[in-house]
Design a protein around this ligand. Structure first.
Ligand SMILES: *Cc1c(COP(=O)(O)O)cnc(C)c1O
Length: 494
């Protein structure tokens, strides 16, 4: 199977090339030439498998220029031994028909681990095939969770370097500490004066800068991306939706009308993976796209107008504080019937004017597939409290946005078929907000607060977060957004 650019279908590369390169040269995103379908027999086999075997089964359909041995090596390296109880994505039932897909049992306690534990394996395997020993430089713009998960995944991986940029005031204290204390010889971390979109725009500019490309080429290096624009990030995310479906079947859920999936959304990567799972044959009914106060996607789904010219809010769910959802481009490609010219034109409008309007036909298709909803910080807090009081289940601020929007979806539509809600972070990653939501008195010390949260709720703090208590920050870098290129080149010694 080959991969094509969303902006020009004539650009065609292998899976390894798509992963090694990260983004297409024309600025488009790589998508599979066709989405593979799973048969009834395939699902029957999958239901009997453990998570790593399900992962290998699914990835073999997408990464056709990898050998079976290579895929099994990647999957084993990522999913065996690195997650609590070797359960990367357990499904918990918290109320009738309401299931939580816990995606935060990895080393950094956020769902990004599911993809970023395997990406370094996929990337180094790809680079060996296509770029003949060049050193891969991973550039990451992060709203908090990607950065740490990528640092952890790429730490001391041979023939790679990783550089992470995060908005100085846009991440939680715990996230900042997680990144600034990162170990490894090949890692670099820098805060920027700006928000997540500034960081992401800066990284994209570096990727597509021809002068910089020449300098790297001379040094036998090549950039790649660990952001969800890289297909190697997205493919592993499809696995857990297929896995959740298999688990629902195993539990005997009534799936005669399919099931809904609710995703707290930022860059549109996670919910896009659920869409791909649906196209592959998983019986997903509605895709519920939940946003915080940065509700550009809610408006888009409801009106067909994507408009990033609006106030940017810094919220208590910072990993969703995004006004440009990169992966929406892949969705537009699919929903427009794979019309690359249409996608290229819309992305140009977005770039030039910060805004585009899709045709009535495309808008109607979006509304058929998706339900868009949003909630503010106050409602997020109220949902954390009510979910804990009513279901005896503790959720983080991002998952709370999803639960809140799900509740209003049920209220507005009466649709109470089985539902899987993606839980994207451990509540301890955002301990201050969670504790405040439960009505406790906060102290100024994040760790005291986390310990208090454990006392109040009897929910254990994940080990990787508990270990940060005595860690000393190693990186203290801060730069202007326009200086990112210089920082990158200087750090590479170029
Ligand atoms: C990254 C992230 C999100 C948003 O996911 P997207 O794939 O960017 O839509 C939501 N919650 C948490 C905790 C995250 O880290």
């Amino acid at each position: 199977m080959n991969y094509i650019s969303t902006r020009n279908k004539n650009i065609k590369v292998s899976a390894s090339q798509a992963i090694a390169q990260g983004i297409s040269k024309d600025g488009g995103l790589f998508v599979p030439e066709s989405i593979p379908a799973l048969s009834k027999d395939d699902f029957e086999s999958l239901i009997g498998m453990d998570y790593p075997s399900r992962a290998a089964f699914v990835l073999k359909r997408f990464l056709t220029d990898f050998t079976d041995e290579e895929i099994e090596y990647c999957v084993k390296g990522a999913y065996v031994g690195n997650f609590d109880n070797d359960q990367p994505a357990p499904l918990k039932t918290i109320a009738n028909n309401e299931h939580i897909l816990e995606l935060w049992h990895g080393p950094t306690c956020a769902f990004k681990d599911l993809a970023l534990q395997i990406l370094p394996y996929l990337l180094t395997t790809s680079a060996k095939k296509v770029s003949g020993g060049k050193e891969t430089v991973i550039l990451v713009a992060t709203s908090g969770d990607t950065g740490k998960a990528a640092l952890e995944g790429f730490c001391d991986v041979e023939n790679t370097k990783i550089m992470v940029f995060y908005p100085s005031d846009g991440v939680s204290a715990m996230q900042k500490l997680q990144m600034d204390t990162q170990k490894g010889e090949n890692v670099f971390v820098c805060a920027i004066k700006g928000n997540f979109d500034d960081a992401q725009t800066g990284v994209k500019k570096i990727f597509t800068d021809n002068e910089v490309a020449v300098i790297l080429e001379k040094a036998n290096m090549q950039f790649s991306s660990a952001n969800s624009i890289n297909w190697g990030r997205l493919a592993p995310q499809i696995i857990y939706y297929i896995s959740a479906y298999c688990d629902l079947v195993k539990e005997g859920a009534d799936l005669s009308g399919g099931f809904n999936v609710v995703v707290p959304t930022g860059n549109f990567g996670n919910i896009l993976a659920a869409y791909y799972a649906k196209v592959m044959g998983v019986r997903i009914n509605k895709l519920v796209c939940a946003s915080n106060a940065n509700n550009v996607l809610t408006d888009f789904i409801n009106t067909g107008v994507y408009d990033r010219n609006r106030k940017f809010y810094t919220t208590i769910s910072p990993s969703m504080d995004i006004l440009i959802s990169s992966n929406l481009e892949r969705m537009l490609f699919e929903i427009s019937g794979r019309d690359d010219e249409c996608v290229a034109a819309l992305q140009k409008e977005l770039n030039d004017n910060g805004k585009y309007t899709v045709s009535d036909e495309i808008a109607a298709k979006f509304r058929e597939l998706f339900y868009g909803g949003c909630c503010d910080d106050q409602s997020t807090m109220a949902t954390i409290k009510s979910t804990f009081d009513e279901c005896d289940y503790l959720i983080d601020t991002h998952t709370a946005v999803a639960v809140n929007v799900y509740n209003s979806y049920v209220k507005n539509t009466g649709d109470n078929r089985p539902t899987v809600i993606a839980s994207t972070a451990s509540p301890y990653k955002f301990a201050n907000s969670v504790l405040e939501a439960l009505g406790a008195e906060l102290s100024g010390d994040e760790f005291k607060n986390a310990e208090m949260l454990a006392d109040i709720t009897n929910v254990l703090m994940p080990k990787p977060l508990a270990a940060l208590k005595n860690a000393k920050p190693r990186f203290k870098n801060l730069c202007e957004k326009q200086d990112m290129v210089d920082v990158v080149l200087k750090n590479l010694g170029l």
